[in-house]
Ligand binder design. Structure first.
Ligand SMILES: Nc1ncnc2c1ncn2[C@@H]1O[C@H](COP(=O)(O)OP(=O)(O)OP(=O)(O)O)[C@@H](O)[C@H]1O
Length: 253
């Protein structure tokens, strides 16, 4: 039985009178891919922001690998082994792909483990090969396609050598071929033991990857289960009606 690496209990977050996260509890098992879905404004990014040190919860607990996350700063969360990407990418323009990875390599988590530049160079080459970007190391990120940019963005997170990767809508804007490359990358990372949590509106891509999905609406957990269970769940279907509800049942096949 896999152990839970992330444990969230009774989390609450309000912005003034608006309750963005309402008594949210869930666990993520180590080495699995866990999906988070929900309509626009459901609270998904707010939840990610609390899990990664960008926001503090009003109450509740977040434990990662046995350590309390709430109230840590983002760089301290990186030290624990959590890396994330953002819904809107902000590439390091005028820097190359290699230089982008090198920025992440400056984090304490990497510097305290690997002091030898030759080892870091080798790790960068391995990471670029894994991303399928070995021929683009010296390209400016400004020149990359949307699909390659998304891979560099994930590479930037992976270069902190995380145990867990949190991805906010990684499939957004990707065409079929780029989506397939991203899916293959995420599957291979999972096979190597990286825990992955994904917020995604592209349900077809998400449901093929994840073992467990949590649906949230108005900040509260609506349902948790396998992709097959979630796409049949009446509450989830209702929350998605008028958006993608009509095609929800086709997504888990
Ligand atoms: N800093 C903030 N101040 C005030 N309200 C906020 C803030 N951040 C988020 N909200 C509100 O909290 C609610 C949840 O927003 P959030 O961005 O987490 O939703 P989401 O599920 O990620 O939506 P989307 O799918 O559109 O990205 C929304 O009503 C949003 O307007």
């Amino acid at each position: 039985m896999a152990r839970a690496i992330l444990n969230v209990q009774n989390l609450h977050k309000s912005f003034g009178g608006l309750i963005a996260i309402d008594d949210c509890s869930f666990e993520v098992e180590s080495g699995t891919i866990f999906g988070i879905i929900g309509p626009n404004g459901a609270g998904k990014t707010t939840l990610f922001n609390m899990l990664t040190g960008f926001l503090s919860a009003n109450s509740g607990t977040i434990t990662f690998d046995g350590r309390e996350v709430n109230r840590l700063k983002p760089h301290q969360v990186v030290e624990l082994g959590i890396a994330r990407t953002f819904q809107v990418m902000k590439p390091y323009y005028e820097m190359t792909v290699w230089e982008t990875l090198q920025v992440s390599r400056q984090c304490k988590r990497v510097r305290s483990r690997y002091s030898d530049a030759a080892i870091i160079n080798r790790m960068n080459m391995d990471l670029l090969a894994r991303l399928g970007l070995e021929d683009k190391a010296d390209m400016l990120v400004d020149e990359l396609t949307q699909g390659d940019l998304r891979l560099v963005d994930i590479g930037r997170a992976l270069a902190t050598e995380p145990q867990a990767l949190f991805l906010d809508e990684p499939f957004s804007g990707l065409g079929g071929e780029a989506s397939d490359r991203l899916s293959a990358l995420l599957t291979s990372l999972r096979d190597d033991g990286v825990t992955i949590v994904i917020i995604e509106h592209r349900l077809r891509e998400l449901m093929r990857l994840v073992s467990t999905v949590m649906a949230i609406n108005f900040g509260a957990v609506l349902a948790k289960g396998t992709p097959e269970e979630i796409v049949k769940n009446p509450d989830v279907i209702e929350a998605y009606l008028g958006r993608s509800g009509g095609s929800l049942s086709a997504t888990a096949s």
